[in-house]
Design a protein around this ligand. Structure first.
Ligand code: NAD
Length: 526
């Protein structure tokens, strides 16, 4: 490792922002989806997708073959033996430089995200900002990987805990946050001294390739070996399965559907590996009679429509007191009517397309089930057509009146459907909020201290995230992010989530000249 880390500056110039970033990363319309740093490869199946915006073909990404995968994990294991010995604050300095490159390329990278998964520009730029925030957090964390000291019961003894790097960490990501979720894991793992092997969603491979093309030169310019940050594009059944069964990977952090989480938990658990599972959500917001309705309408609108309802933290259920139900729904409908749906790269557009036709079909099937179960659509839910909308990926977000006990309400449909449900008492509202298998995020809108505290108490929301007077989505990176029950139980990003990426070692030092044993045990031979 050269002087770059010491000086706080990279040794060699890093790539500068340009105008046609997507073309430059995939010259010739194809790009390798596997690599460890300097060289890239992709001997597996090519993945060719179309932009959900207009169905224009995106550059083809050549996925990793099984052989590519094996070689890359070997390289990640070899690099780990070097990286783990680099002092943590120096590892933090490398992450600081990565954050700088992301700042330079925020708009470029956001555009790749928008084109590939259809996020509106403001949200795509927000996703890159989240990576930058995560880098900043990790830089600070690199000087705060604290272990504690405990008093020993034995004279002349000291006991303390220290934290060591764990090994190569597997990171499996979903399509809807193609980059931010990787950075929650990767930047923390890096400062913890781990190497990272990333398998992105097959629906968001280009964003991953683009990010790595920017970040690999940072490692290179610090004279670090290949294998610290690795990319292995490939399907769940091929590369994903290889990763979860791979004993060289002590921790797999997997983000995606509950179905996928069960497979990952079973496979990694069977080899007694560690997992961080970030799975589906079915998030509810309670609107109490004391709530500021205007604020609640705005928050629920963003929470239900942001990322076209394709966030794990999307508000899917709004529980509204029966006395204010009609007024609340009428205001919400008015705000939905003012939405601009269209090309996510254009200014002023609030909602772009869904990821693909399959997602549109799943939304339509859920709305049919809702109606079969006695629910009623009160706004939207149509598939749009004409001009750009002929892509078949654009819908109007839907508000539906439902009951808490309908089976469809207990499922996560990854689309902008909001179930509006009446309640009479706060006990009923909290019970319904908790009555689903998922436990990711929750919110209450209230100006009543007792209601807020009841919601936050041990008998209140059973979710990993509980908010008051703000929606269920849009978490900041400083807190630990994750959910309970079928949402997986994992925690990522801020707070003390770093501890899962390290191994804890309890150390006892005897600095006396005697050998007292713990619990006063006497052991005398002869
Ligand atoms: P998905 O489950 O289809 O895929 C997620 C990832 O898992 C992909 O990379 C996929 O290839 C991989 N995968 C699938 N089967 C696998 C297997 N057997 N072994 C290893 N890897 C496998 O999910 P998706 O459609 O991309 O994303 C949407 C889902 O992700 C939603 O349920 C959403 O709530 C969830 N999500 C959760 C969070 C969170 O932090 N809790 C964040 C984002 C998305």
């Amino acid at each position: 490792m050269g002087g770059g880390i010491q000086d706080g500056q990279p040794n060699r110039p890093l790539p500068q922002p340009g105008s046609s970033f997507i073309d430059r990363i995939a010259s010739g319309g194809e790009v390798d989806g596997a690599g460890s740093g300097s060289g890239t490869r992709g001997h597996g199946d090519p993945i060719g997708r179309r932009s959900p915006i207009d169905l224009r073909p995106l550059p083809v990404v050549r996925s990793a073959s099984t052989q590519d995968y094996r070689e890359i994990v070997d390289q990640a294991a070899a690099a780990f033996s070097v990286w783990r010995m680099v002092p943590a604050p120096k590892r933090g300095e490398v992450v600081r430089q990565i954050g700088t490159v992301l700042r330079w390329h925020k708009r470029d990278l956001a555009e790749v995200v928008s084109r590939e998964v259809g996020k509106v520009r403001a949200e795509a730029e927000g996703e890159i900002q989240e990576m930058i925030d995560m880098a900043d957090f990790a830089v600070g964390l690199s000087r705060m990987l604290y272990g504690i000291t405990m008093p020993s019961e034995r004279p002349g003894h000291r006991i303390y805990e220290q934290w060591h790097p764990l090994g190569p960490v597997g990171v499996i990501t979903a399509f809807n946050f193609p980059l931010a979720v990787w950075s929650w894991n990767a930047f923390v793992a890096l400062v913890c001294g781990d190497t990272v092997i990333w398998k992105p969603s097959s629906k968001a491979t280009l964003s991953a390739v683009a990010a790595m093309k920017l970040i690999w030169p940072v490692l290179k310019s610090n004279d670090l070996p290949d294998g610290i940050l690795n990319l292995v594009v490939g399907s769940g059944p091929s590369i994903g399965e290889a990763m979860i069964h791979d004993r060289r990977i002590p921790l797999v952090s997997a983000t995606g559907s509950i179905r996928m989480g069960r497979q990952v938990a079973a496979a990694v658990g069977a080899r007694l590996g560690r997992t961080i599972l970030e799975l589906g959500g079915n998030n509810a917001a309670i609107v109490s009679p004391s709530a500021d309705l205007d604020l609640a309408v705005r928050a629920v609108g963003f929470g239900a429509i942001g990322t076209a309802g394709q966030r794990c933290t999307t508000i899917r259920r709004v529980l509204v007191h029966a006395d204010s139900f009609d007024g609340f729904c009428a205001s919400l409908i008015r705000s939905y009517q003012e939405l601009h749906i269209g090309n996510p790269l254009e200014d002023g557009v609030h909602m772009g397309p869904l990821i693909d036709a399959e997602a549109v079909n799943a939304m339509q099937a859920a709305l049919q089930q809702l109606q079969d179960q006695g629910g009623r659509i009160i706004y939207g839910g149509q598939v749009l057509s004409g001009g750009l909308f002929d892509a078949g990926t654009y819908v109007t977000p839907c508000i539906a009146e439902a009951r808490a006990d309908m089976p469809i309400v207990h499922e996560e449909t990854f689309a902008p459907i909001l179930y509006a449900i009446r309640f009479r008492t706060m006990e009923e509202a909290v019970a319904n909020l908790n009555a689903v298998p998922q436990g990711l995020s929750s919110a209450i809108f209230t100006n009543h201290l007792v209601e807020a505290e009841t919601f936050l108490s041990a008998g209140g929301s059973d979710c990993g995230i509980a908010n008051v007077n703000t929606g269920t989505s849009g978490a900041e990176i400083g807190g630990a992010f994750g959910g309970e029950k079928d949402s997986g139980g994992g925690r990522e990003a801020g707070s003390d989530a770093w501890k899962t990426y390290m191994r804890r070692q309890t150390v006892t030092i005897n600095w006396s000249r005697k050998l007292p044993l713990a619990q006063g045990i006497e052991f005398k031979v002869g």
